[in-house]
Design a binder for this molecule. Structure first.
Ligand code: CMC
Length: 427
């Protein structure tokens, strides 16, 4: 590409530098544009805007490629562990054996939550959506851990990061336990990160809980697949919240709130609900027709992506994992057949082909999570649990970025121009 981009506006020409990353599209550096031209750029939804530089995650949406620190998601999902990926995202390199052991121990040490936090849960209705609880409780962490909220202190930033990654499974499991009326379980640090989460969720104090290694592996893989995804809506929310200097617990709570929406993390819950509503493959054409109807707000949930215009590489791993979990648990779910058939029909339908709509990570994840025993309301919580690692890594990167400024987009104002106030008796 050229090393400068030219802009003609108001009869004047301006040159803007073109920046090149390691891979991926070049970006036009327009930081000086407003000062020079008095014009803004207009890009609702940031479809053409790079909001930051980042070394964490790379996506090639046309090719269906997702890399964390250069490593392909398929290889990480097959060969790595969630703790390893967390270390990689936070530190930039895969850990040595010693580094991984040290990191796992550190995370393990932070898995308990302040005892007073259990009382905080009691303020919620038992039928509260667990994502509502997550928003509230994670936000409340800043009220419990004052000693790690100074964002200018690198040691406090590290402690807050470790606390968030370690405590989020405990809080997620507590949100579940609260909804089913069972007692909270304390963490068992002899278990893996994922095994411990499964026990805190499905175990009861009255009897021992055995972690099923296949379920543990599948869950760990699901966590890897959700660990980070570049500058998506919730990550951008975390960065934007953090750009004002807000503490990390508040920033991650903001990310959880954004993730909840059905266009983002809420899609896994919506996708399984949709598949169950479709029920049997013979009803698929009816739903495909609705998805294509411009007058119907219905969309095929778990389909389409802002960045992927090809098969989401995470969906490939997810589909394979469904089979493994079904085989191991000796269960099946007719919804899987419906999902496979729906995928096949949609991928051969001109509407979906032309718009490049493929299954995304959420299309198959709900089927596995349901087989493991999670109710649909917990699906987005599990996404939040795994994505906390990515949010924390992105937040740390932002804080140490010398180009970082408070995020403050501008607008194209289309309201009334200035006009005189009209007194109440004259209106
Ligand atoms: N079903 C039917 N039509 C769709 C779908 C869908 N799932 N997704 C996009 N389209 C159509 C849309 O109507 C539009 O058509 P037209 O150009 O005629 O107006 C076109 O495709 C482009 O859609 P868009 O909404 O402009 O694209 P976007 O990049 O703004 O939205 C998306 C991306 C993920 C929000 C959208 O594809 C969607 O709503 N999918 C369903 C929800 C979902 O599965 N979300 C999970 C995303 S992956 C996990 C995550 O990142 O959280």
């Amino acid at each position: 590409m050229t090393d400068a981009a030219k802009l003609s506006i108001g009869g004047k020409d301006f040159d803007y530098p073109v920046l090149t990353g390691t891979i991926g599209p070049d970006v036009v550096d327009i930081r000086k544009m407003y000062g020079q031209t008095s014009a803004f750029t207009y890009d609702p939804g940031f479809t053409s805007t790079a909001s930051c530089q980042s070394t964490l995650t790379y996506i090639d949406g046309d090719e269906g490629v997702l890399l964390h620190r250069g490593y392909a998601i398929g290889e990480l999902a097959e060969q790595s562990s969630f703790m390893e990926v967390a270390y990689l995202l936070l530190n930039g390199e895969l850990p040595t054996k010693e580094e991984l052991a040290g990191f796992s121990t550190t995370i393990t040490r932070h898995t308990m939550v302040h005892e007073q936090l259990a009382a905080f849960f009691r303020g919620f209705r038992r039928d509260a959506h667990p994502m509502a609880i997550m928003c509230g409780v994670v936000g409340a962490l800043s009220a419990f851990y004052h000693d790690s909220t100074d964002i200018h202190d690198p040691v406090q930033r590290t402690i807050a990061s470790h606390r968030l990654i370690a405590k989020i499974p405990t809080i997620a499991a507590m949100a579940y336990k609260y909804s089913v009326g069972q007692p909270f379980l304390y963490p068992d640090n002899s278990l893996s990160y994922t095994g411990n989460f499964l026990r805190m969720t499905f175990g009861v104090p009255a009897e021992p809980y055995e972690v099923n290694p296949v379920v543990e592996k599948a869950m760990d893989r699901i966590f890897i697949l959700h660990a980070d995804h570049e500058q998506n809506a919730s990550t951008s929310t975390v960065r934007l919240a953090g750009s004002s200097g807000a503490n990390p617990f508040a920033c991650i709570a903001a990310g959880i709130a954004c993730l909840w929406g059905p266009a983002h993390g809420g899609a896994n819950e919506a996708a399984l609900n949709m598949l169950r509503e479709i029920g049997t493959p013979d009803r698929i054409p009816e739903f495909i027709a609705r998805a294509k109807d411009k007058n119907d707000p219905f969309r095929l949930m778990g389909f389409g992506h802002r960045v992927y215009k090809n098969y989401d590489p995470r969906a490939t791993v997810m589909q394979k994992t469904v089979r493994e979990v079904f085989d191991s648990l000796k269960v099946s779910d007719p919804v899987f057949e419906t999902a496979l058939r729906l995928e096949e029909i949609a991928l051969n339908d001109p509407y979906f082909v032309e718009k490049k709509l493929f299954p995304n990570v959420d299309f198959y994840s709900g089927i596995i999570l349901s087989a493991i025993g999670f109710p649909t309301e917990m699906f987005t919580v599990l996404f939040a649990l795994a994505r906390t690692v990515g949010w924390v890594a992105q937040w740390n990167e932002m804080i140490t970025d010398p180009d970082q400024k408070i995020g403050r987009p501008r607008q194209l104002y289309t309201g009334p121009a200035q006009r005189p106030y009209v007194g109440l008796d004259q209106r």
